[in-house]
Design a binder for this molecule. Sequence first.
Ligand code: FES
Length: 138
Amino acid sequence: MRVSAIMTMNPKILMEAAISGKKKSNGKPKGKQAKVRDYEAHVLVCKGGDCKKRGSKDVKKALKDELRSVGMNRDVRLDSVECLGLCKHGPNAIVYPGGTWYLGLDEGEAREVARSHIKNGEPVEHLAAEFRPKKKAN
Ligand code: FES
């Protein structure tokens, strides 16, 4: 389909066309057929430039190794993400559930987070970042 033809089409028709293009033979969109694992925890480790320079790769490896050693490597999703926006404090990570931010982790601290927070469900208070109070809407 030519771009000029697409630009003049009703957006609803375009959306239906896009959805029908993603359908499988049973009529369900592909995304609805996929199943996801029910993880105990999800850890996002920053791999942005500043965190990488300060060792985020080693921090992620330490988390992974520790999770493996406590038998949780299959229960925890460990992902690298781009910049979390607190670059000068890195290497940074966020642990869910709870959304606890850990800033400036080193490998030993990452292992402590894996054991205490992820394995035992106790966030590591002395390593966790404090939350700023939310700004009130006017
Ligand atoms: S590079 Fe990690 S928070 Fe920006």
